[in-house]
Structures are given as structure tokens and as C-alpha cells.
Design a protein around this ligand. Sequence first.
Ligand SMILES: Cc1ncc(COP(=O)(O)O)c(C=O)c1O
Length: 364
Amino acid sequence: MDSNGRIHNFGAGPAGLPLEVIREVSESLPNLEGSGFGLLEISHRSKTFQKVIDDAMDSVRRVLSVPEEYKILFLQGGASLQFYMTALNILKEGEKADYLITGGWSKKALKEAGRIGDAKGVWSDELDGFKKIPKEGDFKIRDDAIYVHYTSNNTLYGTQYQNPPNSGGKALIVDASSDITGVELDISKHEIIYAGAQKNLGPSGITVVILSPWAISRIGSDIPTMLDYNVHIEKGSMFNTPNTFGIFVLGRVFKWLEKNGGMKGAINRNKEKSDLLYQELDRTDFWQPHADKDSRSKMNVTWRLNDRSLEEIFLKEALECGLGGLKGHRSVGGIRASLYNYIKKESVLALVNFMKEFEEKYAS
Ligand SMILES: Cc1ncc(COP(=O)(O)O)c(C=O)c1O
């Protein structure tokens, strides 16, 4: 447990949030901002809530340095709906889009885009177990592709782009669900950025979507209303009843980030935390890190134990020591520690100490 009696939460999402934010949320439940209406009970059409959503959008713009001409949306349906919605809004029938396949989420994005146009995976290391990110020159983008889609951080496998891929001048669309605000991200180099909130931004049930003027100019006509970006732009993300609770929490999470050094602060903390853990993983071959060194993620660290039969024992004993959420995704197995923005260094130190003791106890 941490110093507040809460578990060290290494889960892949929904992830741990700052305790200060949790407390603010609980104070707002009976009475939001002195309005007399509780947070779960207030109309999205009220002035009080309008201020909540406006403040949240302003914070997102400031923290992520979103250029003025880009639009920010808070949508529902998760990042999974964006796999389809991006292609539906941007691609016309028969048009081409190229996808870099670095894990299960990019595969899903490709599958949905294939319902709309000629979507092609132009690089994949699936046969090698999704251990790496493509390098310059590893893939060729089709001359007539409209955009290139990539997944900045592969939550399941623990790999991450250190820089955006070179799309050869084509529009870039990124699924940044599991590293947005946790590592550098130059919004102006992308045409669409989307991210489910439940890792670095707040609770599940909101997806942040950021659209460039190019993306907006491409939006087709005759798109089903709820899937049409233009509808959500025009209605300020309130065409229908939004996730009012989630938007409030997301706004508070961004305020917390602003008070704690903005993205720079988060990036430095995340580097320090992941360095600590990778140092331990590289110390002994008792551990087998999954990702290639130059593709390692600062958000999700994945590894196996040299002796696979010890993995269940590791997870059981870790939980007994207050270290939770460490089970690797079933597609990789083993252990995964997610080190999202609000996981404290204190938690990573506790994990590393546990690992050292575990190795001492079980290394033969
Ligand atoms: C990189 C990435 N993309 C997409 C998703 C799917 O997100 P959602 O559950 O919000 O649809 C996840 C969920 O973990 C993810 O990590």
C-alpha cells in the first residue's frame, strides 16, 4: 500500500488518479461548485456545467499546446469508436490509407478502416511478437495514400514510438490513448489525435479527439449524425447528453497537471520512473524484458520471468505486498507495470524493492 493506504496501482486502465482529484470529485458529488446540484445530478445545459466543459477544453488546449485552429472534442464510444470514425470522416470510397501495425490496437484500427476504404497494413512485426517500432526506411507509404495511422504507445506489448513515424509528407493520424500527456507530442505534426481518457487523462467514457483544419476540411457529407465530427464541432461536444461526470474529472486531472509542471513535469517524472524499472530489468537475466531496447515504452513496461512457472507466484506475492494490477495482457503473458502519469515514484520504488527480494528468494 502507498502512504495513503491505497494499493500501488499498476493496472493498464482505468488507471490510478491523483488523490487530490479523487477528493475534489467526492466533495462535488452532493453540490457542484455551490450550485446546489450534485455532480451526477446537474443538467449539461446548465451554466455551471457549461463552465466545467469550457474550463476542461481550455486546460486540454493549454497543456497539450493545441494550436488555436485545431478543434477539441469530448466524445463517447472509446478509442475503439475512433478506429471507425476517423476513417469514416476522412476517407472517401476507394481511397487509400496506410497503417503501421505495432500491436493489437493498430490491428483493430486497420480492420475498422477497411470497412470504409482501401486500408493497408504497410508494416507489422507481429510474427516477431510485437517487440518493436518501425525505423526510418522500414516501410513504404503508398504514393496515393490519404493518411498514415499509427499507435504511439502499444499498451499490450510495451513498445512506444520515440518520435512520430516519417509519413513522407502524408497526413498523420495517431491513436495516443496510452501515452497522451505522458510523453512529448507535437499536435501540429498530426491531423487527428485521439485518446481514450482512462489512462493518463481521467476516467473511462470520454475520448479526446483533436482535429486539424485539414481533417475538418476532409469530413464527408451524409455521415450518420452521431459519427459526424462536424455535428460534434458545431454542438461543442454536446449534441447529445455528454459524460458530464467524466468531463468534470478530466478537467480536474488537467488542472492537477497544470499545477504540477504541465507536460514537462509529467514527462520528467515518467522518465525517472521508467528508468528505475528498466534498470532493475536489465540488472539480471532473472527478468526477460519483452520490448527491444530502442522501442521501450515509458508507460507500459512488460516482461517475463526467465522461469515462467514463477510468474503466478510473483503476481500473488506482489499483491500481498500491496502491488496490484501487474498481470500481463493475455496476448503477451508475464508481467506488465503501467507507469501512467499519476503512478508515483514511491510506487515504482516499492515494486523494484519487491523484485529484488523476489529474485533473492527464488533465483536458483
Ligand atoms: C492504444 C489503445 N488504443 C485503443 C484502446 C481502446 O480504447 P477504448 O477501450 O477506450 O475503446 C486502448 C485501450 O486500452 C489502447 O490502449
